[in-house]
Design a protein around this ligand. Sequence first.
Ligand SMILES: [Zn+2]
Length: 418
Amino acid sequence: MKPKYYPLLLIFLCLKSLQSQTLLIPDRVFDGVAMHEDWVVAVDQNRISYAGPLNGLKKSNSYTKQELKGMTLMPGIIEGHSHLLLHPYNETEWNDQVLKESPTERAVRGVVHAKNSLMAGVTAMRDLGSEGAGYTDVYLKKTIDDGIIPGPRTLMAGPAIVATGAYGPKGFHDGVTVPLGAVPVTGVDVATREVRTQMGNGANLIKIYADYRWGAGEPSRPTFLQEEINAMVNAATTAGRYVVAHASTPEGMRRAILGGVETIEHGHEGTLEIFKLMKEKNVAFCPTLAAVESISQYQGWQKGKDQDPDRVTQKKKSFKLALESGVDIVFGGDVGVFTHGENYRELELMVEYGMAPLKALQSATSVNARVLHFEELGMIQNGYLADIIAVEGNPAVDITQMKNVKFVMKDGVIYKNE
Ligand SMILES: [Zn+2]
């Protein structure tokens, strides 16, 4: 380029950097840990460049200002347990979704679910199993990351792994071949191979089912042998991935914990002893309260009118024990069982079941970022990625405000601004 063009280029570059510098001015900021009154947050390109009082910011006049009056600004919500490829079971039962909806239909639905999640303030998501749709979750992730469709940042589990014979759909005679909701394995060699296959096909983490109901109407019982769990965790961690376990029974949970999984999903029958073991071994707990309540409601329970069904009573009890143990609580509702975009329901239930609102907000942001391995997310802090939302009012006082997300920014790009 000839020298005479330099001044023009410089002006262009200055304008571009000016345009991409935004100053967000809410009533207060939740930084992922604590609430701060009268803070402002500056965003430069896709990163947070300042968070603190206005008088601490140099050259504040050079920013494009965005007032967020009456709102609380906070890190984008990190959903810990979703299924983008499922939709509520009261619309279509799980069996029929797996058996009758093509992977194409499920992908199309997934596109809508991804957008609805982002618009609800979920800027990152750990998706725990495609439930019979193979690697459609991995392909969905690619289209989001390539900017083809709007959606959260995702960590995808792929098809997930179950013990042979344990998972559904079930109830067919042995001459009928049905697509299963996950890949069945038996033995250390086969289990190890499947972990490697799933990682090779793009799974960011591995989900296993450490217990399940073997027959309709039966209680859950352990599935994998200890050596099978150990082998799967070894294969995954060798490759820099981690394993999460669906587990509801104390024995299923215990085997998963001793095997080295990083989070336990559901834990309905968790005891104080098991939750203490989790804390000791640095295993986090994802309680999926909203899924339990949703399924009870699909079966006819009218919350607030009818008595709590047994499974809700049990869930409240085990969640209290988990809180008492001090185990890390992952915010994750098993969304997909209920409507995508209503992720806030889990936050409301965490508070209803005894967690302090500020703790619940920490769980959905800084705790989930750390536990789920979302680097540089979950905090409003200089240098972190600019995944930022704003909600009406103060959710630390009234957690139900989390359903009123008015502003969504992901990677520095504004997706919602009401
Ligand atoms: Zn799930």
